[in-house]
Design a protein around this ligand. Structure first.
Ligand code: 1HE
Length: 264
């Protein structure tokens, strides 16, 4: 079931839990879920204060769009010192999301633009509704990405595609986003939330040390030289394999009690 229980609301987020999945909804639809200072702080607080039984997070947006990016009404008031600290506050929130305790799945629909795309890029798995669209209007607004987009988006789709988006205002469709590596899943109109919840329920079953290795070690290994990467991999895999959870899962497979790999 997708019906949330129990449910707690902050003023800009709607947070509910379905089994071991914490569902965080951006809940500012009148402003297209534009990320204000208060909203970034609430996202940060939510992801570092997870209930102990949460195994995955699902992020979605209330209303017609996932997220319109930075709240532009606040930008005009900032001086250079305030701007750099503002950018760092987004980095801290999205780092907490990406390098936290549990995997994060994003359900994307409507506009996924600017800081909204930066938020999506900090998640581990992205599911796009066929009507979703992706843009970086920073280029047109006379600014630059400040929420980690220049680090994360090229790693998903390449520097040349991001350059094009920022210089020409190119908007990618959901279909293109899937083809170019920006999202891992493309589903029919209105289906992203259900698919993302199903994936989050599966991801929540990942053994904690495996989740740690995938979220914390894998992206770092990908940045290391092959020699260092292989060495880090050996350390990480031996730590994971020596946990009681791994031992129990291997035993279960050998006794015929575990899921087999099935063709999808
Ligand atoms: C906003 C924002 C916002 C909407 N900040 N208020 N992001 C952008 O440049 C994207 C700007 N937004 C849009 O292009 C469109 O709003 C959407 C395509 C997302 C949605 O269109 P639509 O027709 O559904 O909504 P709307 O009528 O444009 O907006 C509804 C209201 O939300 C309206 O306010 P109202 O008081 O007149 O009702 C809009 O002003 C308000 N609104 N988007 C503030 N972004 C860490 S650095 C990150 C840098 C960036 O993210 S820059 C990119 C910012």
């Amino acid at each position: 079931t997708l019906s949330p229980n129990p449910s707690t609301a902050t003023d800009l987020l709607q947070i509910s839990q379905v089994e071991r999945v914490l569902h965080i909804r951006l809940n500012r639809p009148a402003k297209r879920n534009a990320i204000s200072d208060a909203l970034i702080a609430q996202i940060h607080t939510a992801v570092i204060n997870l209930p102990a039984d949460v195994g995955a997070i699902l992020i979605s947006g209330e209303g017609e769009h996932f997220c319109a990016g930075l709240d532009l009404s606040e930008l005009v008031k900032r001086d250079i010192g305030g701007a750099v600290l503002h950018s760092r506050s987004w980095h801290a929130a999205f780092d907490a999301l990406q390098y936290g305790k549990v995997p994060v799945i994003a359900a994307l629909h409507g506009a996924v633009v600017g800081g909204g795309l930066e938020l999506a890029a900090a998640c581990h798995i992205r599911v796009a509704d066929s009507g979703a669209y992706f843009g970086l209007p920073e280029g047109q607004r006379g600014i630059f990405v400040g929420g980690g987009g220049s680090v994360r988006i090229p790693r998903l789709m390449g520097v040349s595609r991001m350059t094009d988006m920022m210089l020409t205002g190119r908007v990618y469709s959901a279909d293109e986003a899937e083809r170019y590596g920006l999202v891992q899943y493309l589903v029919g109109e209105g289906e992203a939330l259900e698919k993302a919840m199903a994936l989050a329920q599966r991801a929540a079953k990942t053994a904690p040390m495996t989740a740690f290795a995938v979220m914390h070690a894998l992206p770092r290994i990908a940045e290391q030289s092959p020699s260092e990467g292989l060495f880090t991999e050996s350390l990480m895999s031996s730590i994971a394999a020596s946990t009681p959870e791994a031992q129990a899962r291997l035993e279960a497979f050998l006794q015929g009690r575990a899921e087999k790999v099935v063709k999808s």
